[in-house]
Design a protein around this ligand. Structure first.
Ligand SMILES: Nc1nc2c(ncn2[C@@H]2O[C@H](COP(=O)(O)OP(=O)(O)OP(=O)(O)O)[C@@H](O)[C@H]2O)c(=O)[nH]1
Ligand SMILES: *[C@@H]1O[C@H](CO)[C@@H](O)[C@H](O)[C@H]1NC(C)=O
Ligand SMILES: *[C@@H]1O[C@H](CO)[C@@H](O)[C@H](O)[C@H]1NC(C)=O
Ligand SMILES: [Mg+2]
Length: 257
């Protein structure tokens, strides 16, 4: 009993003696705690963007892909005039993404992209691989617009060029699509740069040249932007052919989630 009393007294004495030290430790812990809290809040803010934008020209298959991803069903689609937005859950990571299907109509897509780009965590640029030959100009111009968008390139969302409609017999594979797009964008960037010069670029729009000036255009040279390619068929299920369905897209989405 006496032992304990002595011990408690000793403890009291020691405490009083170490008061400044303990205060210092408490302040340090407090400051560390606040810093940690701020860091957590900041990283939360960065991860807030959940939007996966489905982009592409008319009839590429965006709405059908959206329907497969969000509602898990196949349905008849019609030219969209309004965006669709729905939840997609990446089960392996227990994370949610918001898939946003934007209309591809020439008159709407620019304004829609401006409206939704701040939400973009990732972009999926959908291509009709069956009619690319015919549509290459329009497709390349839209992709060029997306890739050279200042706000987007500062956010640097990962981009997937999705070569849809692989079930069609004349569909081009991802490799061919990539090289055709590179060729088309290569000429496009020259004509765009030239037209800006002839207009007498006012200097307000510091034209950023896509890729490297000393080389032909290559998707690998887009520095902060990472552009990948994949194949899919939004209609793959009812075909006997062993063309890919949406597996590559699911895999990519789980990587960016
Ligand atoms: N064969 C085939 N047809 C497809 C595939 N994906 C979409 N389609 C068809 O292509 C047409 C256009 O598909 P949508 O999903 O409406 O195209 P969209 O990109 O939403 O077009 P907009 O809304 O006008 O921008 C529809 O008739 C679809 O059934 C595919 O993988 N294979
Ligand atoms: C933008 O313009 C400045 C000076 O006008 C130049 O130094 C810079 O390299 C330009 N940036 C790009 C991306 O061309
Ligand atoms: C594009 O760049 C990559 C990596 O630098 C290279 O492997 C590929 O061959 C290039 N493509 C063309 C068409 O030059
Ligand atoms: Mg649509």
């Amino acid at each position: 009993m006496a032992d304990i009393n002595a011990y408690v007294q000793q403890l009291h004495y020691g405490m009083r003696n170490r008061d400044p030290l303990i205060l210092g430790i408490l302040v340090a812990i407090f400051v560390g705690f606040i810093t940690l809290l701020l860091l957590i809040i900041r990283s939360r803010g960065k991860n807030k963007r959940q939007g996966v934008l489905l982009l592409g020209v008319c009839d590429a298959g965006k709405t059908l892909i959206y329907s497969q991803l969000v509602n898990n069903n196949y349905k008849q689609t019609y030219t969209s005039v309004t965006p669709n937005s729905g939840e997609y859950v990446v089960t392996q990571k227990n994370k949610k993404l918001r898939v946003i299907d934007l209309p591809g109509h020439e008159r709407l897509r620019g304004q829609m992209l401006d409206e939704y780009k701040t939400l973009a965590r990732a972009l999926v640029f959908v291509i009709d691989s069956g009619t690319l030959q015919k549509d290459i100009k329009e497709v390349a111009e839209y992709l060029y617009t997306v890739l050279s968008d200042k706000a987007l390139s500062s956010q640097a969302p990962p981009i997937l060029v999705l070569c849809n409609k692989q079930d069609l017999t004349l569909a081009k594979g991802a490799k061919v699509v990539r090289s055709q797009l590179e060729k088309e964008i290569n000429t496009l960037r020259i004509t765009r740069a030239a037209s800006l010069q002839s207009v007498g670029d006012t200097g307000t729009s510091n034209t950023s040249f896509l890729g490297r000036r000393d080389k032909d255009f290559n998707f690998s040279d887009l520095k902060p932007l990472r552009v990948e390619f994949a194949e899919c068929s939004a209609r793959g299920k009812d075909k006997i052919s062993n063309c890919p369905n949406l597996e590559e897209l699911h895999q990519w989405l789980s990587n960016v989630a």
